[in-house]
Design a protein around this ligand. Structure first.
Ligand code: KG4
Ligand code: ZN
Length: 334
């Protein structure tokens, strides 16, 4: 089996995936509670918590050590101090158990969350919506990746986190905003959809976030009894999702995808999923989604991406395996 290790942000996770895709072990220790009171991830705290959590997880899989064929670890992109935790553990284990190392790009890991139980379906359009990224990618039949659109400022998930912080809802904010928005009036507060009618194929969420901030400040300044965070959350969620769909619609016209995968922590958003279903229906596209449990960061997707590279003999020497806060994204097999 392949051992997967993920520690790029605030989740420490370890997984064991059989070469036949059977998930033998998967556990994730989330740091959400610890970061919640700060309204975002505190890197130094994240690093300390990874150092505490990862050895405990590795201890749990000790009985399987003899069955492991390779160690796959996230080495980019992410918080440097967090990535270092997982990579150090992976390197130490590789020496101790005499096993090869496989470096995995976290974003490629998210793409493989679609294929935890099956072989890759390529070519594939991908909408990646997470806390760190918002991108539309095209993966061709050889696994080579082209970026078709990305965000020029905040990411989709990050904008939910920032709006949640303004409302005092803690971190992460995606689920909190989604829950607050349920059964609320998404048309009461009319937020402008970013870059609507603009030819640029890119995303931008910071202006929308500021519209929300101004609305909250205005109501507070007027001592308005009437301010309704739930309706603001619903209006914001609708505008953010419409922005995603607006640009994706244009890309679908141009690229005629057969398959479109939606991945990343924010792909769990039900409102976004319902809009994507409509879009895919319109273009006769097959929509692929990851199981809810594997939308957010996890080591199962890292082990799965590692398995794809294992089959192609793509290993990295320990001294060559470096971390990088940024992503170089050219192929799912590199
Ligand atoms: O992929 P992920 O676990 O971590 C990164 O790689 O960034 O994504 C986490 C992000 C956070 O910003 C979180 O607020 C957002 O995904 N998120 C959501 C939802 N669930 C998580 N955003 C909107 N709606 C959700 N239901
Ligand atoms: Zn992620």
């Amino acid at each position: 089996m392949i051992l997967g290790i993920e520690s790029s942000c605030d989740d420490s996770s370890v997984a064991l995936l059989g070469l036949d895709l059977e998930l033998k072990y998967h556990k994730k220790i989330s740091q959400e509670l610890e970061h919640s009171k700060y309204g975002g991830v505190v890197p130094e705290l994240a690093a300390r918590l990874h150092t505490a959590a990862l050895p405990n997880l590795i201890k749990e899989i000790q009985p399987y050590f003899k069955d492991i064929k390779a160690i796959a670890v996230t080495n980019q992109p992410g918080l440097s101090v967090s990535l270092v935790g997982g990579v150090s553990v992976a390197k130490a284990l590789a020496i101790g158990l005499n096993l090869p190392l496989i470096e995995v790009n976290h974003l490629v890991g998210h793409i493989f969350s679609l294929f935890l139980e099956e072989s890759e379906q390529l070519p594939l359009g991908v909408l990646l919506v997470s806390g760190g990224h918002t991108m539309i990618l095209y993966v061709d039949e050889n696994g080579d990746i082209t970026t078709l659109a990305s965000t020029s400022d905040d990411s989709f998930g990050e904008s939910f986190d920032k709006v949640a912080k303004m409302m005092g809802l803690g971190y992460p904010g995606g689920v909190a905003i989604e829950n607050l928005a349920k059964q609320s009036n998404s048309h009461r507060y009319k937020f402008t959809i970013p870059l609507k009618g603009d030819k640029r194929l890119e995303y931008s969420f910071s202006g929308l976030k500021n519209q929300v901030r101004l609305e909250i400040e205005k109501s507070v300044a007027n001592n308005s009894q009437d301010i309704d965070f739930a309706d603001i959350a619903a209006g914001f969620e609708r505008a953010a999702c419409e922005h995603i769909i607006d640009k994706l619609n244009r890309i679908c016209i141009e690229y005629k995808f057969k398959n479109l995968g939606v991945v990343g922590g924010a792909s769990a958003n039900i409102y976004l999923r319902s809009m994507l279903l409509k879009l895919c229906d319109k273009f006769d596209i097959n929509l692929l989604v990851a199981p809810m449990e594997f939308c957010s960061d996890n080591a199962a997707m890292i082990a799965r991406a590692g398995l794809a590279k294992f089959k192609k003999n793509k290993f990295t020497q320990s001294k060559e395996l470096k971390i990088s806060p940024r992503s170089s994204l050219s192929s799912i097999y590199l």
